[in-house]
Design a protein around this ligand. Sequence first.
Ligand SMILES: CC(C)(COP(=O)(O)OP(=O)(O)OC[C@H]1O[C@@H](n2cnc3c(N)ncnc32)[C@H](O)[C@@H]1OP(=O)(O)O)[C@@H](O)C(=O)NCCC(=O)NCCS
Length: 225
Amino acid sequence: MAEINNDDKVSGVTLRETKKDDIDSIYKLCCLAELNESLLNKPHIGFLLAHYSAHPEFKEIFVEHVGKTPFFVVEYNNRILGSTLGYTQEQWKTVRGGLIDAAQKDPLWIPGALEKLEILDPHSIGYSVCEKIVTHPDARGMGVGKMLIEALKQNSNSQFQYSEVVEKVFSGENLLPLENIASQKFHEKVGAVKVARSHRYSYDKSYLGEDGSFVDGIYLLPLGK
Ligand SMILES: CC(C)(COP(=O)(O)OP(=O)(O)OC[C@H]1O[C@@H](n2cnc3c(N)ncnc32)[C@H](O)[C@@H]1OP(=O)(O)O)[C@@H](O)C(=O)NCCC(=O)NCCS
């Protein structure tokens, strides 16, 4: 494990772009954070929505992103401690068609939030996207996530960085005691502002299968550009 400073932050770690050789390690990291039953009572540690171990084809998607999208790792002694995968605005348009249309319609804007960021029209801002961020459970709270966000920031010329954080998880009509509290706190700490909530959407590639549905908090991080 990485060295710990007196102030509990990691030192001696390297931040670099992802290489194809890293994909197995990143996949394993994602598997450790995938949403599954064992995470039901641990929302403070966070989770990723896709059920990676049941969907190894995600590895191929990761490989396709290497060298093409903003994709970084933090490593220590040849061990990957964290990874983030981002998109430029142009790339995100090919994924989603626009800034915020996961549910094919505008989300529920939080009163006052856009004003706080001096945004008149959210659809006309320049943005980049943090699509996935994960750190090793043994390295949480040591600043690895922050380093990864900093890498995305440095890589972007946009005004804002967009991300989605799961707030509500339903199994059928039952609201589960599960929201990504770790990611919410993390986003707040790095300076992101929650501007909206998504409509409820389904995503069959989670352990809840077709019964699962989700509501996201939508965050914008001002990049000072
Ligand atoms: C969310 C996640 C990436 C945070 O990574 P991390 O490496 O622990 O974050 P950092 O150590 O850089 O923390 C940055 C700040 O956020 C705070 N923070 C991080 N996790 C927190 C938590 N669970 N509860 C409260 N605050 C937290 C830290 O205290 C730190 O605050 P500081 O700047 O005042 O010291 C990590 O918990 C994770 O991988 N979770 C599982 C996957 C996931 O949920 N990804 C996000 C999907 S949207």
